[in-house]
Design a protein around this ligand. Structure first.
Ligand SMILES: *Cc1c(COP(=O)(O)O)cnc(C)c1O
Length: 389
């Protein structure tokens, strides 16, 4: 059996090596390292793929979130609601801009922000909601967009883990995640579903004025050369990363299918096993039961394949897997409201029952485009042995 990796960047590279190597050499020979034609072409191709009017490439996914918030003109003291159970980047940039993060609980079965908790957290100072499409599955955008409309709030989608996922609205309409809210961010960190070979990110919006503002923000606040109209940042996707992303973008749907195929195999192997709760996918209009992976559409792109284990010592399971040569991850072990940097006296433990439970139960298994059946069998057997012992 091939050695099991959490993410197999090498295996994936080998499949596209010739194209990647020659395109990178072309960029080096062209010396158009910054804002070159490759960046522009990638931007256009991603706009086409996502069916979004504007893609603004930038340096990483954390910058993308920050720049989106700067572009919206949010001001110190404005409250921004986001999920307690996510990667810290989301809350970090809110705090960095001196906005007030308002963390709320998530749903136990989708791991995504709970629309009921959003409603409860809205005050007269609330200006925006940041849903994170966690682990590759869209948050409940029907309800979130409705809440935003009623309360006149911006929706900033953190699509770092969801690129390529479709969201099917209750009315049957389908859109890519990241093309639904007022603005969205993504990351091209190597392990993301569309990863480059270094850092990269992008902002998406359908709003022409906002896109114009953001194009200045990423470039030192310049709209005319050496005229700095607003305080901006320097955040760029470089041409070498862009050319790699151009090679990978046409393969993204295939990559996501490979991830989904692996997830379906995992779910089948774990079906009916006591103490294991498999990831649930139940988008609007998906023909799925409560506990099956939707294999008929692409509403979940499985950035992570995350189980909940109950009546089980999760950390002992992690050790057992590692001892058997199986890497795994705990995303995320600590609720954001309990992190030293983001503690706030206004939070009440009783407001986070789901997150407080999930941090003890979740375990993410190897998930990438190169997993084979032998590896999946070995992983599932090793997990099942432990939880049923
Ligand atoms: C990866 C990630 C980010 C940050 O992306 P970087 O490119 O590493 O800055 C932000 N939000 C979420 C949910 C992520 O998973």
């Amino acid at each position: 059996m091939k050695k099991i990796q959490m993410v197999d960047l090498k295996g994936q590279y080998e499949e596209i090596k010739e194209q990647v190597d020659s395109s990178v050499l072309n960029v080096i020979n062209s010396t158009a390292f910054i804002n070159g034609p490759e960046v522009h072409s990638f931007q256009k191709e991603l706009e086409d793929y996502l069916q979004v009017k504007h893609v603004i490439p930038c340096a990483n996914g954390t910058d993308a979130l920050q720049i989106a918030m700067m572009g919206l003109g949010l001001e110190p003291g404005d409250e921004v609601i986001t999920a307690d159970f996510t990667f810290a980047a989301t809350v970090e940039v809110i705090a960095l801009l001196k906005l007030t993060p308002v963390l709320v609980d998530v749903e136990p079965n989708s791991f995504n922000i709970d629309p009921e908790a959003i409603k409860k957290a809205i005050t007269s100072k609330t200006k925006a909601i940041v849903p994170v499409h966690l682990f590759g599955q869209s948050a409940n955008m029907d309800v979130i967009m409705q809440i935003a409309k009623e309360h006149n709030l911006y929706v900033i989608e953190d699509n770092a883990q969801g690129i390529g996922a479709n969201y099917k609205f209750a009315n049957g309409q389908v859109a890519k995640t990241g093309a639904i809210g007022h603005v969205a961010s993504t990351s091209f960190f190597p392990s993301k579903n569309l990863g480059c070979y270094g850092d990269g990110g992008a902002i998406f919006t359908n709003d022409d004025d906002l896109a114009h503002t953001i194009r200045g923000v990423v470039n030192h606040g310049m709209y005319k050369r050496y005229h700095h109209d607003v305080v901006g940042v320097n955040s760029r996707l470089d041409s070498i990363q862009a050319t790699i992303l151009r090679t990978k973008l046409p393969k993204l749907d295939g990559y996501n299918t490979a991830r989904r195929t692996a997830a379906i195999k995992y779910n089948k192997a774990f079906a009916g096993i006591e103490n294991i709760i498999t990831p649930r996918v139940k988008g609007n209009g998906c023909n799925t039961n409560e506990n099956t992976v939707c294999d008929s559409c692409d509403c979940h792109v499985f950035h992570q394949y995350t189980l909940r284990v109950v009546n089980t010592d999760r950390d002992a399971l992690v050790k057992h897997l590692n001892d058997n040569g199986i890497p795994c991850g705990v995303y995320y072990p600590i609720p954001l409201h309990s992190q030293k940097a983001y503690q706030d006296t206004r939070y009440n433990e009783a407001d986070f029952p789901v997150t407080n439970q999930l941090v003890k139960e979740v375990i993410s298994l190897p998930m990438h485009t190169e997993l084979d059946d032998e590896q999946i069998d070995f992983i599932t057997k090793t997990v099942i042995d432990f939880v049923t012992q």
